[in-house]
Design a protein around this ligand. Structure first.
Ligand code: C2E
Ligand code: MG
Ligand code: MG
Ligand code: MG
Length: 292
């Protein structure tokens, strides 16, 4: 399409639009090569209990260092990966890398808790995610209960009926399932309780408004109550201030994640934090090397 318009016969796009389309095509072809060129890395953002501040795990977040552009935000490249289907091989790499890393940490005796991996809608839609996960767990030797998969609410809204069995199979494996970015989609509440979920992650949008207006506080309180009512663990994401943390704690939110506690960090830094947490907290027992 871009070619046609540059041939000069007619103009299909405004020049600016053309540029955007070209940018996107370039990004896609660069993304296509990123895996083999080993330009991806995972960072880990710690998750803590609100009650006593114990480190209970981390969310694995994909990082891409483009050879010329430097770091590219997931907000920019994940949608391109989803639209192009590249999220399938990239998502498989993320899963394998997170599980391999988690297993290595357990072998080092680190109390890493549970590692969460984001999965895109397309990975579920394909219908073989449970098999893929089972194979990765077998290959890496990571116990299923160490893995959590995060599924964005925006995806669940569109497809849950069809993919319910897929999710159920993942739960049967022993993997935890979290609904991510909760509150941004339009999940009907009657639908929500039928999903085999273990955790609800309250979207950052609500946390941001907590201290700003009464409505933000009311909605957050209601979402915590809803999650607990359905038997889910409730985790707040994007917690930046002490005020937000205090509010969430007062209203019984179980877990937190956010820049106010810890930013996403390279694997080595997360390992260091786990080691420190274990030393500084005798109640938090490290794993025996080689055991789950
Ligand atoms: P998400 O799954 O909701 O991940 C949380 C995002 O919020 C991360 O952004 C994290 O860095 C950011 N965050 C955490 N705490 C705070 C805070 O206190 N303040 C603010 N302002 N931000 C905070 P990130 O790493 O840029 O990722 C963005 C999104 O990209 C993720 O949102 C997720 O939807 C997607 N993503 C990242 N890695 C993967 C992946 O491996 N696979 C898939 N399918 N999607 C991924
Ligand atoms: Mg997530
Ligand atoms: Mg999230
Ligand atoms: Mg989010």
């Amino acid at each position: 399409q871009a070619k046609e318009s540059s041939r000069g016969g007619y103009r299909l796009f405004e020049p600016r639009l053309n540029e955007l389309a070209l940018d996107r095509m370039r990004l896609e072809s660069d993304l296509r090569r990123a895996l083999e060129r080993q330009e991806f890395q995972l960072h880990y953002q710690p998750v803590f209990t609100l009650g006593d501040g114990q480190l209970v795990g981390a969310e694995a977040l994909l990082r891409w260092t483009h050879p010329e552009r430097g770091p590219v935000s997931p907000a920019e490249f994940i949608p391109v990966a989803e639209d192009s289907g590249l999220i399938i091989p990239i998502g498989a790499w993320v899963l394998e890398e997170a599980c391999r890393q988690a297993r290595a940490w357990l072998d080092q005796g680190l109390a890493i808790g549970v590692i969460a991996v984001n999965v895109a809608g397309l990975q579920i839609q394909r219908g073989d995610l449970a098999e893929t996960v089972a194979a990765v767990l077998a290959r890496t030797g990571l116990p299923a209960e160490r893995l959590e998969l995060e599924i964005s609410e925006s995806y669940i809204v569109r497809h849950a009926e069809r993919d319910l069995r897929q999710l159920a199979r993942l739960r049967e494996l022993g993997v935890a399932l979290a609904i991510d970015d909760f509150g941004t989609g339009q999940t009907s509440l009657s639908h929500l309780w039928r999903l085999p979920l273990s955790k609800l992650k309250v979207d950052r949008a609500f946390i941001k408004d907590l201290e700003r207006d009464a409505a933000g506080a009311t909605v957050t309180r209601a979402v915590i109550g809803l999650g607990h009512g359905l038997g889910f663990v409730v985790q707040a994401e994007g917690v930046e201030t002490e005020g937000q943390a205090a509010f969430l704690k007062a209203h019984g939110c179980d877990l937190v994640q956010g820049f106010g506690f810890a930013r996403p960090m390279p694997a080595a830094d997360f390992a260091r934090r786990c080691a420190e947490a274990t030393r500084g907290n005798p109640g938090c027992i490290a794993e025996k090397p080689g055991s789950p």
